[in-house]
Design a protein around this ligand. Structure first.
Ligand code: ATP
Ligand code: SF4
Length: 326
């Protein structure tokens, strides 16, 4: 019998309500994450990646409405039509963000913050044991001088150290799933590589599953087992990482791959995909990428392509791969 995935997202459809309009941020997103797997959501700004992460973590803003969909975590339904969103706390899903400083209250020492979480999530209330656990977590995320870090205010630590602190805080809840939303975007290249390595180490040591959100396909290629490419609120392609990079099918994915900077080619100009994503207040009923696609034909402006299984574990939404064309 096939092992149940840790997380299953089915037909997730989320709108944001504004005073004068509705943003259709995510439409019909379905995917799964296996135990110990790192899945990357990749796409330009505004493609709905963070919205999906927040929905899974139970942390959507007030003006978000889940129109449709189910989220099943550890075989338990944590989100469904009409059901209350779980807090993520009891379900052990933790989320970390791009800017670690904004996740920490500047008035509290980081030791106080992590102690609170250890107390609430692990039920430890002896202060010596709490501190021991905090220092163990700081060592696990390879923070130098954990004692000093414990007694520091956020502004006394560098960006790289703060991101490690935030990861340690997330781990203190002993999560089964970590959602990392652009965790390296604000760091320089060296620190970025260190944090990516740390996340990979943690996966190896703790068997942690991860949903990694990034706009950078190059970063996704380094950390993930599988990649989902999103465009303007829809999943357009999904495959194991190596397959996606070696055999990209969707014209948007191919465009993203061409945009990965190639450091070994000197003086190469960084490419970008011409055009902008469609207005999410009124997304087209036909192919969502048609306006930017160099391969569009008439059908693309008439009918929305289904997300089809092109080959084993490789899904794509594009008329170029219709069953009658294979
Ligand atoms: P980014 O990398 O910029 O965060 P993203 O792919 O994560 O992009 P989301 O942040 O999920 O995309 O945003 C999807 C769409 O929803 C965008 O058009 C965004 O402007 C809109 N949006 C996000 N949050 C809200 C909100 N609270 N109210 C209204 N619209 C929102
Ligand atoms: Fe391009 Fe048509 Fe495929 Fe859309 S369906 S990505 S417009 S070829």
């Amino acid at each position: 019998m096939r092992e149940q995935p840790l997380l299953q997202v089915e037909n997730l459809t989320i709108d944001y309500i504004l005073a004068d309009s509705i943003i259709k941020a995510v439409r019909n997103a379905s995917f799964a994450i296996g135990k110990g797997e790192i899945l990357c959501l990749v796409g330009e700004s505004g493609s709905g990646k963070t919205t999906i992460g927040l929905a899974i973590a139970g942390a959507l803003p007030e003006n978000a409405v889940i129109r449709e969909g189910r989220i099943i975590f550890k075989e338990k339904r944590i989100l469904g039509r009409g059901s209350k969103i779980s807090t993520g706390k009891e379900d052990k899903i933790m989320m970390i963000f791009q800017d670690p400083a904004s996740a920490l209250n500047p008035l509290f020492k980081v030791g106080e913050v992590i102690s609170d979480i250890i107390k609430n999530h692990l039920g430890i209330d002896n202060s010596v044991k709490i501190k021991e656990k905090a220092l163990e977590l700081f060592r696990m995320v390879e923070l130098p001088d954990p004692e000093r870090v414990f007694d520091s205010y956020p502004h006394e630590l560098s960006g790289g150290m703060l991101q490690r602190v935030v990861i340690a805080i997330a781990l203190s809840a002993n999560p089964a799933l970590l959602i990392a939303d652009e965790p390296t975007t604000m760091l320089d290249v060296t620190l970025q590589a260190q944090i990516l390595n740390l996340l990979l180490n943690l996966r190896r040591r703790l068997g942690l599953s991860m949903l990694f959100i990034t706009h950078n396909l190059g970063v996704a290629a380094e950390v993930s087992d599988r990649i989902i490419v999103m465009y303007a609120g829809e999943i357009v392609e999904e495959a194991k990482t190596r397959e996606l990079l070696n055999n990209p099918l969707h014209p948007y994915t191919r465009g993203l791959i061409e945009c990965i900077p190639r450091t070994h080619i000197r003086y190469s100009k960084l490419k970008s995909i011409p055009g902008t994503i469609p207005d999410l207040r009124n997304p087209p009923k036909w192919c969502i990428f048609a306006d930017r696609c160099t391969e569009a034909v008439d059908l693309c402006y008439k009918i929305k392509p289904d997300l089809i299984e092109f080959s084993k574990d490789h899904r794509v939404s594009c008329h170029l791969y219709r069953a009658d064309k294979k």
